[in-house]
Design a protein around this ligand. Sequence first.
Ligand SMILES: [Zn+2]
Length: 461
Amino acid sequence: MIFRNGLVLTMDDSHTVLENADVLIVDDKIAEIGPNLTAPDGHEEIDASGGILMPGMVDTHRHLWQTAMRGYGADWTLTQYFVWYYLESGKHFRPEDIYAGNLLGALEAIDSGVTTTVDWSHGLQSVDHADAAVDALEAVPGRFVLAYGNIQQGPWEWATSAEFQDFYRRRVDGGKLAGFQLAFDVTGDPAFPEKAAFEVARELGVPVTTHAGVWGATNDDGIRLMHDSGFMSPGHVYVHAATLSSDSYHRIAATGGSVSVSTESEQSAGQGYPPTWQLRRHGIPVSLSMDTSVWWSGDLFSAMRSTLSADRAREHLEAHGKQETVTHHHLRAGQVVDWATRGGAKALGLDSAIGALTPGRQADVVLIKNDASPVMFPLLNPYGHVVFQAARGDVHTVVIGGRTVKRDGKLVDADLAAARGKVTATIDHLRATLGEDAWKQGMNPDIPEARILHNPYQYTK
Ligand SMILES: [Zn+2]
């Protein structure tokens, strides 16, 4: 197939941008990029004029199973999230509920141009749950990395179990997943019980992904334990990393780790200030993620926009504190698009195959085009357009490994009615299990008393 006359953000090493260029796809790979390409007979042609072609986006941390509860936690803090999922209600999710959330979340990802997603799957309280998670991922034609976790047990328990080892052999080794990680957090307990899980990761040769630097949950102690024990290996992904000291950032940078930044999450839940302004100073590679649809949007346009804004907001705030003015922004739109594509591919060790539009790489291509939208012209600064102007509704066509999964703004062969039916069954089950009062309370946490300051200018009354 061939895309004709698009504005191409290749995201190659020099961030080459091509105007009026074609992208030729043969089988599952990008064959050629340039003007007026000759396409083989019988090819499919897609008019990309007026649109932007870019590599498929990569989300390095999303709890897909929570998509079944979309929007429920919009007014939560991180504390309320922990109480609801970790302590009270997470255990009520059955394997079919994991399947329902994963199916919906996976469809949502490919619909919004996220062609590779890490399913940070910490609801796997049994291997049946894990099988259901993988079944759903295999039912959707995207690339998915399973990050296996279980918040109902210590990682030293589940990761060392015979059932887990058996699952790994059955579903991961030689399976269809794009990758596999172990997903668990290091609490900073000086006894370092998580060591056993790191040893399993090392034995399997798979990376660890860990929520590190989360206010009130994980901190420098965890980083120090991992580092001192020799478990901070290249390829490990540190999620949020929002409340860490410079010393911890140095340890991450020196050991070849990267950080997955979930700006919408960090801003609203309270893990800490979105850390890109610190990561840049420490030379730490960045990828972007959406964390969970239980609060936020599941598309990386929001991630790019909020990340660029948060970074700049911090720069201004720091400067104003010193009575200074920022005259030039350090972080540019192009860098944030890089983080959403190449950055994610690099974090997953997949950058030789995906993350950029260059001949020989896998054909994971997103066309942003919407002729009915007054926002799609003029197209002057394409990176700025992707970050600040475009939205998921403008994702016109998505190709993954040469296969068209979305065309003319509509998912191809996706059974949304089936997904809706499964999610509805999950909601019915949880609502009945929790009871109507608990269900409503969970969604509507108490509002702290608001105190209006005394206003000295109001004399009348
Ligand atoms: Zn998370």
